[in-house]
Ligand binder design. Structure first.
Ligand code: 48F
Length: 259
């Protein structure tokens, strides 16, 4: 019996991975902006995979704020959250904000993205990007443990028409790519401008404004977008992250229709 269990898992996993070696969009990171973007792309019929180096999807959502597992959303998102199966509680003394259980939010966003058709590969780290003829052509991936332990093991590659860096604070993947490729990014300085300190209102707004294409085929969302374009962080309020994921999906669909 045991060999059947092992064989079923090995067969199924490698069939799944093989089916996603050539895709429309590869999303780096399963935080809120990556999951939301993955949901809309998959729902629109694009072959989408999300690569997450940690074990659990959800990124910075799950731990709430200082491990108090509640997060804040603007009331403008109540209807959207309800449709996603997320329950909200009005914040007393204001009509502007609601709270939600962060474990419920992470679970619901993950469930909705996967059920729309996006596949999440967890435990896999994106160590680099693939670039061909002046545009992004995919990802370079390896087991997270291989990279964490500094093992000398070559990676594998995923071909993808577009890539979204939704990897969160510091935009480390886009920064590494720009440095190695020696290219100019579509930012005010041509380089990574660096995340600014906390300013919730401004961070919420700018993460959406900054969601953009920074190089042919390469898009940034969420805190990675603020890191690349030099904007403020916003802490445990997640409206900007939802709107950023939605905007990233719109931009990527436009690009996929064009190329
Ligand atoms: O940081 P994260 O949650 O991304 P986000 O969509 O949301 C930010 C908020 O959670 C929060 C905030 C509140 O508004 O400021 O921080 O910008 O999730 C990023 C995910 O990407 C994974 C990382 O483990 C995390 O789960 N990740 C980062 N780099 C890589 C990666 C990589 N190179 N390969 C695979 N996964």
């Amino acid at each position: 019996m045991e060999h059947l269990i092992s064989s079923a898992i090995i067969d199924r996993y490698f069939a799944k991975l093989k089916a996603y070696l050539k895709i429309d969009c590869a999303i780096v990171g399963s935080g809120p902006s990556g999951l939301i973007c993955g949901y809309y792309l998959a729902k629109a019929g694009y072959k989408t995979a999300i690569f997450e180096r940690r074990l659990k999807p959800g990124g910075g959502i799950t731990g709430g704020a200082m491990l108090f597992n509640e997060i804040v959303f603007p009331s403008s998102l109540i209807e959207f959250l309800t449709q996603f199966g997320i329950r909200t509680v009005r914040v007393s003394g204001t009509d502007d904000f609601v709270t939600a259980d962060s474990v419920e939010v992470a679970s619901a966003l993950t469930y909705q993205a996967v059920h729309a058709g996006a596949v999440i590969f967890n435990g896999i780290c994106v160590e680099d990007l693939l670039m061909k003829e002046g545009r992004i052509a995919g990802l370079v991936i390896n087991w997270n443990e291989v990279l964490q332990n500094g093992l000398h093991v070559d990676p594998l590659m995923i071909e993808s028409k577009t890539v979204l860096d939704a990897g969160g604070h510091d935009a480390e993947l886009t920064a590494k790519f720009a440095r190695k490729a020696g290219i100019k990014l579509k930012t005010k300085t041509g380089g990574i401008m660096g995340e600014k300190p906390m300013w919730a209102e401004e961070g919420e707004k700018s993460t959406v404004d900054n969601t953009s294409s920074v190089f042919p085929g390469l898009f940034v969302s969420g805190m990675a977008a603020n890191g690349v374009h030099g904007s403020f962080r916003m802490g445990p309020i997640f409206g900007g992250m939802i709107y950023s994921g939605q905007k990233a999906a719109e931009l990527i669909i436009e690009e996929l229709e064009r190329i």
